[in-house]
Write a protein that binds this ligand. Structure first.
Ligand SMILES: Cc1cc2nc3c(=O)[nH]c(=O)nc-3n(C[C@H](O)[C@H](O)[C@H](O)COP(=O)(O)OP(=O)(O)OC[C@H]3O[C@@H](n4cnc5c(N)ncnc54)[C@H](O)[C@@H]3O)c2cc1C
Length: 389
């Protein structure tokens, strides 16, 4: 890995940095997030337009579909600079998951209908994969889709469906052949969330927020034209990712910024906390700083593999596992640092009351996107070559 930018990369970085200095509206700095509903008003709309003009709503998509056709290294630099500036990316699951799947496997009709609407911020998407009895072992999903004339009729239940309460569409996996081996009888559907028979019920999480939901399907009719790829091949369709930069450099940069923010706070409050407590916190933050360096190097390792045309496998699991557990350790150390103030979630509290929110919210990071146990299984089998237990 060459850590320094090439002259072309340095020029690209400068261009992105200049863009951020001139175009990022101050009121949305540090806001947003993958699962946030981004309103198409005011500063958000101004920001969306500035990104869309450059194809930066979906940097990895080919230019013919409104993306920037950016190679992974340029995406890495873009994401690193955006994270440094605390600039939100927009587009959510539509740009990250559904768009690449349609580009690779969708019909012309599906592409020309959905891709422009995703880029315009007119379609929010949710992911209907997990079920009460199918999470880590997703291929055992039970939601059924049965062909009836020109439609499929869907019955079943999804759970933990983030943003389903404001999503316009859902990309959904359902079983179309119950007799086939479990990975083979699954089909990938595009489901309009306004279809009759869909009920969305909120699940309020540990932080008190409504982010995910249960979604019930009762005789929901979905036109056969809304199948992506072949019937019964949905498992393989769902695995598409395109050339997305997958290093999580943005998270590593965010972690580094947290270290800087909290060590500044520690310095300012040293005298009131006493030497023993200060000494112990200083050592805790030293550990976190070291771990953030490791997370940053893991991000560089993944991007260097992707730039060389390799597909990170156990390496991606190592980074996911380490990054999500690190987020929890950082939140824990932040809580130790604030002491009793860490119990207050009001905006008048230190760091606007966000520290206990991160502490509680961090728990879900080791579950979402593949649990820590599953990541360890992958590292043990694919990384270390140990037989399955
Ligand atoms: C914040 C958040 C957002 C989410 N958003 C979505 C979404 O939008 N759409 C969606 O479809 N899903 C979503 N999910 C669901 C997520 O994908 C699942 O929670 C995850 O895959 C784990 O599945 P599960 O909850 O059914 O747990 P299970 O798979 O039942 O696991 C229970 C426990 O058993 C362990 N375990 C399971 N199998 C093994 C094994 N083989 N070896 C060792 N240990 C094992 C797990 O690690 C875990 O500790 C979200 C989850 C979270 C937390």
């Amino acid at each position: 890995m060459e850590f320094r930018d090439s002259p072309e990369q340095a020029a690209w970085r400068k261009k992105v940095r200049n863009f951020l200095q001139t175009e990022l509206p101050e009121e949305i700095r540090g806001k947003g997030g993958l699962f946030a509903k981004l309103e198409r008003v005011g500063a958000w709309e101004q920001w969306r337009k500035a990104l869309a003009e450059r194809g930066w709503v979906a940097p990895a998509w080919p230019k013919e579909y409104g993306g920037a056709g950016m190679d992974v290294m340029d995406q890495f630099i873009l994401n690193e600079e955006f994270a440094q500036a605390r600039a939100p990316m927009i587009g959510g699951l539509g740009t990250m998951m559904l768009g690449p799947t349609l580009i690779a496997h969708g019909t012309e009709e599906q592409k020309s209908y959905h891709l422009p609407r995703i880029l315009a911020g007119e379609e929010n998407w949710c992911q209907g994969y997990s079920e009460p009895g199918a999470g880590s072992d997703l291929a055992s999903l039970q939601t059924r889709a049965v062909k009836d004339g020109d439609d499929f009729v869907i019955n079943g239940q999804k759970i933990w469906t983030s943003t389903a309460h404001f999503a316009d569409w859902c990309f959904l996996l359902a079983r179309t052949d119950p007799d086939a081996p479990k990975h083979r009888g699954i089909t990938y559907f595009l489901v309009d969330m306004k279809s009759p028979g869909i009920t969305v019920q909120p699940l309020v999480n540990l932080t008190g927020s409504h982010e995910f939901n249960e979604v019930f399907f009762e005789d929901v009719r979905v036109p056969a034209n809304n199948v992506v790829g072949e019937v019964n091949r949905g498992w393989y369709i769902g695995a598409t990712t395109l050339d997305f930069e997958r290093s999580s450099i943005g998270t590593a940069v965010g972690n580094q910024q947290q270290i800087e923010d909290f060590t500044a706070w520690l310095r300012d409050h040293r005298t009131e906390m006493g030497e023993a407590r200060y000494g112990s916190l200083r050592r805790e933050w030293a550990d976190r700083a070291l771990e953030v360096h490791v997370a940053t190097l893991l991000a560089y390792r993944i991007i260097s593999m992707q730039a060389a045309g390799q597909i990170p496998n156990a390496e991606a699991s190592i980074a996911k596992l380490f990054g999500s557990e690190l987020a929890q350790r950082i939140a824990g150390t932040a809580m130790h640092t604030l002491g009793m103030h860490g119990a207050i979630r009001e905006s008048s509290a230190p760091f606007a009351g966000n520290v206990p929110q991160s502490y509680l919210g961090g728990v879900s990071q080791t579950i979402a996107g593949g649990t820590s146990e599953i990541q360890r299984n992958i590292i043990a089998t694919r990384g270390l070559g140990l037989p399955r237990g």
